[in-house]
Design a binder for this molecule. Structure first.
Ligand SMILES: Nc1ncnc2c1ncn2[C@@H]1O[C@H](COP(=O)(O)OP(=O)(O)OP(=O)(O)O)[C@@H](O)[C@H]1O
Ligand SMILES: Nc1ccn([C@H]2C[C@H](O)[C@@H](COP(=O)(O)O)O2)c(=O)n1
Length: 228
């Protein structure tokens, strides 16, 4: 650019549950002065609204009919990401087991996906310095022209151990089964399933520390910016 200002950079980070997408994306965005969007939080937020509104989660037609109703607002500061529904802060409420166990069913409904995808694209377009967007279908569907696409993976054992460490005292085997079940549902839905984009860089984080994964992604972004 003539004035030397950096072009906004769009980074898509996808992968299964517990591979480190949120931790990595937040840190990379903070380090590089970019915005950050947790798209899983948006699907959790609409699921929370469906559950608290008494919508039958087993009925995709009922979900589709009200998918446009809740107003979901995401704050994109990586140091203080926020999520609200109709003005209520739901950051804690969307992390309950009740929401986690139902989010795959709600997020499989095409009307939900088109509504949330539109929100995600408008937030990405508004990010002046650029944005790190993490989820399941960012590189394939939401932002197919992203400057950099990363697909994080890790063994089910490593992911379960990480999650069990978070949920103190949680049974590792049960956590592993729950992760595998959610990934299978997210990967097998018809509309924009969890998938690696053909042009994504795959990073297996099983044997890497979080700091190593962050460094790896920061380097990939810097290489892209340098035109390498
Ligand atoms: N490379 C790593 N080594 C060890 N622990 C890690 C690593 N990456 C992430 N973690 C830890 O694993 C847990 C899950 O990470 P995180 O929430 O970032 O994953 P995620 O892919 O966003 O998961 P989900 O899709 O379920 O939201 C966190 O406690 C995080 O600190
Ligand atoms: N781009 C996305 C992001 C998330 N989802 C769905 C599928 C996940 O199981 C759920 C919760 O995501 P998490 O908070 O665990 O990252 O949301 C999706 O379908 N597409």
């Amino acid at each position: 650019m003539e004035n030397g200002a950096a072009q906004p950079v769009i980074v898509a980070i996808d992968g299964p549950s517990g591979t480190g997408k949120s931790s990595t994306s937040k840190a990379v965005a903070a380090q590089l002065g970019l915005s950050y969007l947790d798209t899983g939080a948006q699907y959790r937020a609409i699921t929370w609204w469906m559950v608290t509104s008494g919508i039958d989660i087993e009925d995709p037609t009922a979900i589709a009919a009200v998918a446009g109703k809740p107003e979901i607002v995401s704050g994109t500061d990586p140091l203080d990401p926020t999520i609200s529904v109709d003005g209520t802060d739901v950051a804690a409420a969307i992390r309950t087991q009740e929401v986690t166990s139902q989010v795959s069913a709600v997020s499989a409904v095409p009307e939900v996906r088109s509504r949330i995808t539109e929100l995600q694209r408008s937030l990405a377009a508004a990010a002046e310095q650029g944005i790190v967007v993490e989820g399941r279908d960012i590189g394939t569907t939401v932002l197919p022209d992203a400057d950099l696409k990363v697909f994080l993976t890790a063994s089910a054992e490593a992911r379960a151990a990480r999650r069990s460490g978070e949920l103190k005292g949680a049974d590792v085997a049960a956590t592993r089964e729950a992760l595998i079940k959610r990934d299978a549902a997210d990967s097998s839905r018809k509309t924009s399933p969890l998938a690696k984009a053909d042009d994504a860089v795959e990073v297996d984080t099983t044997e890497l520390t979080l700091a190593q994964v962050i460094e790896c992604v920061v380097t990939l972004v810097e290489e892209k910016r340098a035109g390498k």
